[in-house]
Write a protein that binds this ligand. Structure first.
Ligand SMILES: C[S@@+](CC[C@H](N)C(=O)[O-])C[C@H]1O[C@@H](n2cnc3c(N)ncnc32)[C@H](O)[C@@H]1O
Length: 231
């Protein structure tokens, strides 16, 4: 099996579950915010959602059950994760799960057809050029008033990728103490090879260039950010 950005997730989804269970990436706080946003959206009427890099939806699924969308589509390159997602999402109507690249999924959704685009901890796997393409395709696919809710890691202004990695890997090795040493090596190798976080300013610039009207940093927990890009 190819060693790429999804390798860790295809082979050992359990490791990511263990990390999120310990809340090392602030899933609890962040998905409480997402739950509130979706609840508000639900109260305004039916909404649809495309989720990019949905993983097994373990943290998003309770938000969706509490504020059910009229239609939910999740895409991911990991069949293992998608299999688990089927379980977490069972009971919800109009759910589609596809093994597909996230950029391709947005490009293939019809012009102005999307209401809510969501991505949790997946966009940082794209390089800067691909992220710009993603924003361009998203702006094209979202209906007027639609929004892209992004949960992702970000670099500080002026921080290089190497400086970011040094800090993040140090935190992992010193504070993620419940992870077994052999798993920690795999997790650190994955981060060092495949994490390409932008700064909030870079993401804002990319979104503005793509035609997003408004960008809001909703909250952040260390390197872990929640942003909303509004059409
Ligand atoms: C860290 S997990 C995040 C899972 C979940 N969204 C969350 O917030 O916890 C990142 C997911 O993105 C997927 N992924 C990475 N690159 C992708 C791509 N180009 N297209 C689709 N999925 C991708 C991986 O397979 C993995 O399941």
């Amino acid at each position: 099996m190819a060693d790429d950005e999804t390798h860790l997730f295809r082979t050992s989804w359990g490791l990511y579950d263990a990390l999120s269970e310990k809340n090392y990436m602030f899933h609890r706080e962040i998905y409480a915010i997402i739950a509130g946003m979706l609840q508000q959206r639900h109260e305004q009427g039916g909404y649809s959602m495309l989720d990019l890099g949905c993983g097994n939806t373990r943290f998003l699924a309770p938000c969706l059950h509490a504020a059910p969308p009229a239609r939910y589509e999740g895409v991911d390159l990991s069949p293992t994760a998608l299999d688990e997602a089927r379980g977490y999402l069972s009971g919800l109507s109009n759910v589609t799960l596809r093994c597909q690249d996230m950029l391709q999924a947005v490009c293939e959704s019809g012009k102005g057809s999307l209401d809510t685009l969501f991505s949790g901890y997946a966009v940082h796997h794209l390089d800067a050029e691909e992220k710009q393409q993603l924003f361009l395709a998203s702006a094209e696919s979202l209906a007027p008033g639609g929004r892209f809710i992004l949960v992702d890691i970000a670099r500080e202004q002026g921080e290089t990728r190497q400086q970011y990695l040094d800090t993040y890997l140090h935190t992992m090795r010193t504070q993620w103490t419940a992870v077994r040493p052999e798993d920690m090596d795999a997790a650190c190798a994955h981060v060092a090879a495949y994490d390409f976080p932008e700064t909030v300013a870079d993401l804002t610039r990319m979104a503005s260039k793509a035609g997003f009207r408004e960008v809001r940093l909703v909250d952040r927990f260390a390197q872990h950010h929640v942003m909303v890009f509004q059409m």
